[in-house]
Design a protein around this ligand. Structure first.
Ligand SMILES: *[C@@H]1O[C@H](CO)[C@@H](O)[C@H](O)[C@H]1NC(C)=O
Ligand SMILES: *[C@@H]1O[C@H](CO)[C@@H](O)[C@H](O)[C@H]1NC(C)=O
Ligand SMILES: *[C@@H]1O[C@H](CO)[C@@H](O)[C@H](O)[C@H]1NC(C)=O
Ligand SMILES: *[C@@H]1O[C@H](CO)[C@@H](O)[C@H](O)[C@H]1NC(C)=O
Ligand SMILES: *[C@@H]1O[C@H](CO)[C@@H](O)[C@H](O)[C@H]1NC(C)=O
Length: 231
């Protein structure tokens, strides 16, 4: 999302401009409430195989700049929020000392371009769940901001299995095979159409430029495809 920033109020508003000034201040109030923003990217979840190493992405953005920004990552363990790591960032582009409170966690964002992503090494099934990227900027009255990223740990990445389809088709014979071929073609066409629509939609969204396709390292993938309906 694009962050809307409003500059300083124009000086010397005359009486005729009072009303405009008032509306202006109201708008300013609404927008400044969103000054800090935490973002986990366009695709806020990741499906990864146990044993792989994944990145949990998060960046912050602020119109008014940061000073001593406090941030942490929290893991929602059956409703109990467990701190994964925390730190205070003195200012932009200064690498903070991060206090890591969970095993196999590495702070890789390094506050480089507001990046506070972490790496989770050798994930287990227990690592699956919701991770909250939390930030608080003293410059804006200590308001809390957060974004949630979901990690799904799977045994193996689901692959489209056509074996059964082929077996049935060859057993029952030509007519049914033809029918199924037609259905598959239809599904494929629907799939292509939905992909095209998705692509079109994506083009309309302005984004902060986080590309989730780079989240996974070994053996993981961000699964954004809607699975085509099986008829
Ligand atoms: C993932 O879990 C499965 C089932 O528990 C296990 O057989 C497999 O060895 C695990 N893989 C890794 C890389 O840990
Ligand atoms: C969380 O819930 C699951 C299933 O309800 C349970 O197996 C697990 O032990 C719980 N974990 C903790 C830390 O309480
Ligand atoms: C991850 O697993 C590999 C191989 O099992 C091991 O060499 C490495 O030390 C592990 N890394 C962490 C951070 O636990
Ligand atoms: C954040 O840093 C990590 C590690 O350097 C990198 O892989 C990732 O692409 C960065 N994310 C953004 C949004 O710059
Ligand atoms: C902000 O988060 C802190 C915990 O980090 C909590 O104690 C505080 O009540 C929250 N403030 C608001 C306004 O939600």
């Amino acid at each position: 999302m694009e962050v809307l920033c409003f500059g300083v109020e124009p000086p010397g508003l005359g009486p005729p401009h009072r009303a405009v000034g008032l509306i202006f201040s109201m708008l300013l109030g609404v927008w400044s409430a969103q000054a800090l923003e935490m973002s986990v990217g366009k695709i806020p979840f990741l499906e990864a195989v146990n044993g792989s190493t994944v990145m949990l992405p998060c960046t912050y953005s602020s119109c008014i700049g940061i000073k001593n920004l406090y941030f942490n990552w929290q893991f929602n363990d059956n409703g109990t929020m467990q701190k994964v790591c925390e730190s205070t960032i003195a200012s932009e582009e200064v690498e903070p000392n991060v206090n890591v409170l969970r095993e196999r966690v590495e702070f890789v964002g390094k506050n480089h371009h507001n990046n506070i992503s972490i790496l989770l090494w050798n994930i287990t099934f227990e690592d699956g769940g919701q991770y909250t990227c939390f930030g608080r900027n003293p410059k804006e009255k200590d308001k809390n901001h957060s974004a949630i990223f979901t990690l799904i740990v799977v045994d193996e990445l689901r692959v489209v299995d056509n074996t059964l389809t082929i077996m049935i088709a060859s057993a029952v014979g030509g007519a049914i095979a033809l029918l199924m071929g037609f259905m598959l073609l239809k599904n494929f066409t629907l799939f292509v159409i939905s992909k095209l629509e998705e692509k079109n939609k994506e083009c309309l969204v302005t984004s902060s430029g986080i590309d989730n396709t780079e989240n996974g390292l070994s053996g993981s993938k961000a699964d954004s495809k809607p699975t085509p309906k099986k008829k």
